[in-house]
Design a protein around this ligand. Structure first.
Ligand code: 13P
Ligand code: SF4
Length: 303
């Protein structure tokens, strides 16, 4: 049952011909009113297919809204709180990418979508945690500069014969860094029959304890398709909210403190404000968007 504020937002959305896109880490009350909820890749693909809408309210972090703008420069892309930045995306500048290319002129540059638009403009192709191995395998080059997440780079290296060089050397997500092997052991003791599903942004020692290493969209599919009834979820805590909306199975956060504060900046009040005042518009300078779109589209084709 939706509350008054949620119903007002749905009305406003209709009046403004708007759509609400939300990442799997959003608060429950936002997930409940979203038109589409997904992982980074699913949101990117959805953003590439927006036809008859005038406004997009993006409940996610900056790089996601920027990618939606790059794919839809004619539409208004709004973010309810403009402070919703992904710290990891800010760990790799366009200058860093150019410097790495100089050092390794024969390498391909694969960047995680968790990057700023200016860095995307320097990439050959993007990837997400859902398609990183496939993207790397699609390239002719045997040497790949991969950033900014070092743990995802490690995961890809386990699944390819190509040589992966992380750029920067130690990019990371502060949320997924919180998990330790001790946390996995403790949860496994509490729930011995549960499947352990871990996101590839986690440290290698944690990934090594997983039954499956998956993107957030992959985690949802696994929960729906697996015969298990219980799952330990090694990613941001609100992933279990999404799973709870889609399934009755038992899903236990690996660590209830694993909260992405940046994602949580969006609230229902701010979503309403965003629709009423059509703020805060996310844009990318034309010259950067024109270069970045090649890498975005190339990733979508490979996916
Ligand atoms: P996915 O939803 O693509 O798995 O990524 C997780 C994440 O941390 C996004 O910032
Ligand atoms: Fe960025 Fe980590 Fe938050 Fe994802 S969970 S948005 S990678 S800080």
């Amino acid at each position: 049952m939706l509350n008054q504020l949620q119903r007002e937002i749905l009305e406003l959305k209709k009046d403004k011909n708007a759509i609400i896109l939300a990442h799997n880490y959003q608060r429950k009350e936002i997930q409940e009113i979203a038109d589409f909820i997904g992982d980074s890749l699913e949101l990117c693909i959805k953003a590439s297919e927006l036809d008859d809408v005038d406004l997009v309210v993006f409940c996610g972090v900056d790089f996601m809204a920027e990618t939606a703008y790059i794919l839809n420069p004619d539409k208004k892309i709004l973010i309810p709180d403009r402070g919703a930045e992904c710290p990891m995306a800010h760990m790799l500048s366009a200058d860093d990418v150019r410097a790495a290319r100089k050092r390794y002129p024969d390498a391909a540059v694969v960047l995680y979508v968790n990057t700023l638009a200016e860095a995307k403009a320097e990439a050959d192709i993007l990837c997400t945690s859902a398609n990183a191995v496939k993207v790397v395998e699609s390239l002719d080059e045997e040497l790949v500069l991969f950033g900014p997440d070092r743990n995802l780079a490690w995961y890809v290296q386990q699944h390819t014969d190509k040589r992966i060089i992380p750029i920067p050397e130690n990019g990371y997500c502060y949320v997924h860094k919180m998990f330790t092997p001790g946390d996995v052991m403790a949860r496994k003791e509490e729930y011995p029959d549960a499947e352990v599903l871990i996101h590839p942004e986690c440290d290698p020692e944690v990934q090594e304890m997983a039954d499956h290493i998956l993107s957030t969209g992959g985690i949802l599919r696994r929960v729906l398709e697996s015969e298990s009834e219980s799952f330990i979820i090694g990613t941001e805590v609100d992933m279990t909210t999404r799973l709870g909306l889609e399934s009755d199975k038992e899903t236990i956060p690996l660590l209830s403190e694993a909260i992405c504060e940046n994602m949580k900046l969006h609230t229902l009040e701010k979503v309403k404000n965003s629709l009423i005042n059509e703020e805060f518009a996310v844009t990318v300078p034309d010259d950067i968007a024109e270069r970045a779109i090649r890498a975005v589209k190339r990733m979508i084709e490979v996916s």
